[in-house]
Design a protein around this ligand. Sequence first.
Ligand SMILES: N[C@@H](CCC(=O)N[C@@H](CS)C(=O)NCC(=O)O)C(=O)O
Length: 203
Amino acid sequence: MILYDYILSASCYQVRLMAALLGQPLTTRAVNFHPAKEHKSPEMLKLNPKGTLPVLQDGDLVLTESAEILRYLTRDTPDWRGQDEVWLSFAAALNGSIGTARLHDILSYDADIDAVRRAGVQHLRQLEAHLVEQRFDGMIFLTGHTPTIADIACFPTTALAPDGGVSLDVYPSIRLWMRAIRSLPGFIEMPGIHRLHELEAAP
Ligand SMILES: N[C@@H](CCC(=O)N[C@@H](CS)C(=O)NCC(=O)O)C(=O)O
């Protein structure tokens, strides 16, 4: 399985993290996303006409959406699947708000930075409210007692929010959830995911 990958992409990190947690071997091919825009090269556009990363190739199969890649990686591990659809859509929304703010701040992408940060804060408030409810029911993850692809889809962009100028300090339940994800066996990091934003659970 080959992942066309960019080390600073939160969407590519979803795939690297999922494969690592599952213990699935993954060959990564580094794409010079910035500054060379290699994801828009003729070779890459042949693979993915949308010109986006990640792209996963497994034999003749080519997948170009992170949500479908997460579903594919977990096709034989039902424990990683739950009531995920709403959260996979939410992850895409996070990518549009906080993810865009981050690309603006770290790679100088054009964006209405105040608007995307405001939208990002709304998304984080929604996420925090849901995680508070989960904790009332004794659950730390988005859809239950154990993590699913919903968590892995939402974690990278959320954890990287400070890169886009959006603080995580005021969201204790998000910070506990991030800590729980980081504690999973097989967890791997990417640049920008900082331990200092996480909280320890109360005894
Ligand atoms: N819908 C895609 C979007 C992924 C995405 O936003 N990828 C960014 C990199 S993090 C990208 O390739 N953007 C194209 C560009 O900025 O030119 C997915 O979820 O896989």
